[in-house]
Design a protein around this ligand. Structure first.
Ligand SMILES: O=C(O)CCC(=O)C(=O)O
Length: 276
């Protein structure tokens, strides 16, 4: 049986523009994905295949190895990221029946009437500044519904996610501002995240809350709500899986296609492996 949101949840979301739904994804499903990330890592770094840890994907040792790889071989680290993004396991996790049902429930829709985009696995490194998103609205990136009230972004925690680990910051009530003209900064390189920031004076009108999550919890955010990445002050990576949901049956829905971007580094590696 799928779970549904309570009237209290719906009211909270309408008032605040966000909602935490606890334990929406089975822990076993998350562990499978974390294990897959480790398996992709050992495909790229075979020397680490036979290490003694029983669950290396949960071990601080793996965080240190990831951090070393990110510093010493950013292209290979980026390739690990790209490979993991493409995994069916990520899409499955963020489109689990309970997840889609909860989102559809916000609108009284059938889950079949939802489109999705922007499925992402995030691996946020300790102390990283390159990929943190400053205060923004997802509607500024995702125009699939012209009215931001007809879409949400969901993020699912792949481990307990405290403020120290970089849990997202949200501005309750800011979804009522509608779409704001963002202050855009260009993306300097492949590894840096493009910013479409909400001007600070608007952000300062609202209180800030840190949305700490338990492993398997979901945070749902209205497309117009101001939110930002937290700063990961810990020495562990923050793993999360995200998806945007859009209402298909509303008159403001804009269908869309995807442009694929291929990883040159891995393409060259694959060509060389074929030639050997
Ligand atoms: O997880 C994060 O740090 C930020 C994600 C986010 O805000 C988004 O993708 O809209």
């Amino acid at each position: 049986m799928t779970r549904s949101l309570s009237d209290r949840d719906l009211l909270f979301f309408q008032d605040n523009g966000y909602l935490v739904v606890p334990s929406i994804v089975p822990i076993a499903r998350i562990d499978e994905l974390r294990r897959l990330i480790f398996r992709i890592y050992t495909k790229l770094v075979p020397a680490d295949r036979n290490i003694p840890q029983t669950e290396p994907w949960n071990d601080p040792w793996f965080d240190r190895r990831l951090l070393d790889l990110r510093t010493e071989n950013p292209r290979l680290f980026g390739s690990l990221y790209d490979c993991a993004q493409s995994a069916v396991a990520v899409s499955r996790l963020v489109t689990e029946p309970d997840v889609a049902n909860a989102v559809a429930g916000l609108y009284g829709d059938d889950p079949q009437d939802l489109a999705y985009s922007g499925i992402m696995l995030r691996m946020d490194a300790p102390k990283d500044q390159r990929n943190v998103l400053s205060w923004h609205q997802d509607r500024a990136y995702y125009p699939q519904n012209l009215d931001g009230a007809n879409g949400v972004v969901v993020t699912i925690a792949l481990q307990d996610t405290s403020a120290e680990l970089g849990a997202l910051n949200v501005c309750p009530g800011s979804h009522r501002e509608g779409l704001i003209e963002p202050e855009q900064t260009s993306k300097d390189d492949y590894e840096t995240t493009e910013q479409r920031a909400v001007p600070q004076p608007l952000v300062d009108k609202y209180p800030h809350t840190i949305a700490e999550l338990g492993k398997g919890d979901m945070l749902i955010i209205h497309m117009n709500m101001f939110h930002r990445s937290g700063t990961n002050m810990s020495d562990r990576f923050r793993f999360s899986a995200l998806c945007r949901y859009h209402r298909i049956m509303t008159s403001d829905f804009v269908p869309f296609g995807l442009l694929y971007q291929f990883n040159d580094f891995m393409a060259e590696r694959a060509r060389r492996a074929g030639a050997e």
